[in-house]
Design a protein around this ligand. Structure first.
Ligand code: PLP
Length: 403
């Protein structure tokens, strides 16, 4: 399956993703191609289609005999600039940007699975990912088994002869469990399956799954990558050309394409990703430590705490511990809701990864579509609150949470 007509663009992307510089430099400069105007900031190309010099050229482009842009569903220079930068940061060869994180995940399932295939997935996945597998892909004959993310034996036990994919988030949402990317990826490969990591919580600034053996890394760029709560977006990064072809077929045919406007915003966001993630992590560490001292708090989930059962793994596979902290308050749902309703500064919202701190009650929002049994399987209790620690003065976040 070769689509020569667009190949040139991704050839350029992979040329540009050869890491020349450090992470911060690439985040600011990778993927930029200056036009004749010598603009310093990246240009924004608003165009849905492209013109051809002649009828013959149009035919050659569509027939695959000549390389060059064809139509905006397939490629756009602004989207490609963002893809090149994301590929560089994840240390991958190819990136496909999509309209949302869920459309990135949908593209991965559609592109890499067929009817009769089986997926082993972590039980602590983003709620819509579970719904996507159980309510939609199940209708197309794709079966999923859920396992306990940190427990390698549960992964091993779930593998069947038709298992094609191992899918997980690490750290997970919202309980901040970790999966060992190297170990789970090795298990996938021993069973001729693919290892797919949703890297939304860490971003490549803190963790680069492809370097640890994963085959595919997906993102909701809506979260820390935008980082300022403005746009939705998603990305898929791979190294393997065959995987890329299968994924690109979905992009060009089904059309979950990212808009150039959002790509431009996300590309700018990447320039500050590293400093933002550092400060998110610092603030979250302070808050997590403070929460552990509060008598009203029965449990704190944060990989940076030494009490976290996988603190050692977090220190190994992540360069810092990230901006998400979850905790349980004594008194169930009523007490949890009371904490939220007392907040004056912290936003009550379901987004995460924003400069603004956000508190969420997962059981009644992001995970409400799950049945009580599914919620229990995912460990989402009524007393659980998830805090996306923002970049405000950390004292103000604490003052707002004061019990
Ligand atoms: C938000 C999120 C998604 C979905 O992304 P959207 O951009 O909202 O479609 C997927 N996975 C994780 C871990 C998320 O946090």
């Amino acid at each position: 399956m070769a689509y020569f007509a667009w190949r040139w663009a991704f050839f350029m992307v992979s040329e540009m993703t050869k890491r020349k510089y450090g992470f911060e430099t690439e985040a600011i400069r990778a993927g930029q191609e200056r036009t004749q105007w010598g603009e310093h900031s990246e240009p924004l190309y608003f165009t849905s289609s492209y013109v051809f010099d002649s009828a013959a050229q149009a035919a050659a482009r569509f027939g695959g005999d000549e390389t060059g842009p064809v139509y905006g569903r397939l490629t756009n220079p602004t989207v490609q600039a963002f893809e090149a930068r994301m590929a560089a940061l994840e240390q991958g060869q190819y990136c496909i940007a999509t309209a949302t994180g869920m459309s990135a995940i949908t593209t991965v399932f559609m592109g890499l699975l067929s009817s009769g295939d089986h997926v082993v997935a972590s039980s602590s996945l983003f709620g819509s990912t579970i719904a996507l597998l159980d309510k939609i892909f199940a209708r197309f004959g794709i079966e999923a088994t859920y396992v306990d993310l940190p427990d390698l034996n549960s992964w091993k036990a779930a593998i069947q002869s038709n298992t094609k994919m191992l899918f997980f988030e690490t750290p997970s949402n919202p309980l901040l469990d970790l999966g060992d990317i190297q170990v789970i990826s090795d298990l996938a490969h021993e069973n001729r399956a693919l290892s797919v990591v949703d890297n939304a919580f860490c971003t490549p600034a803190l963790q680069q799954p492809l370097t640890l053996g994963a085959d595919v890394v997906v993102h909701s760029a809506t979260k820390f990558i935008d980082g300022q709560g403005r746009v939705l977006g998603g990305t898929i990064v791979v190294n393997d050309e065959g995987l890329f072809d299968d994924l690109f077929l979905i992009l060009r045919t089904a059309g979950p394409t990212l808009s150039p406007m959002n790509a431009w915003i996300l590309n700018q966001s990447l320039e500050t990703l590293s400093v933002r993630m550092q400060r998110h992590s610092e603030n979250a560490m302070v808050i997590a430590n403070w929460l552990t001292e509060q008598p009203q708090v029965s449990q704190v989930y944060y990989p940076g705490l030494e009490s976290h059962p996988q603190h050692a793994l977090a220190s190994l596979q992540q360069s810092s511990y990230g901006g998400m902290v979850s905790f349980e308050v004594k008194g169930g749902r009523e007490a949890a809701w009371a904490v939220m309703d007392r907040c004056e500064m912290i936003s009550l919202s379901v987004n995460l990864g924003d400069t603004k701190s956000i508190v969420t009650h997962p059981a009644s929002t992001s995970h409400t579509r799950l049945s009580e049994a599914e919620r229990q399987r995912a460990g989402i209790s009524q007393s659980l609150l998830r805090l996306s620690v923002g970049l405000e003065s950390v004292e103000d976040i604490i003052l707002d949470l004061l019990f």
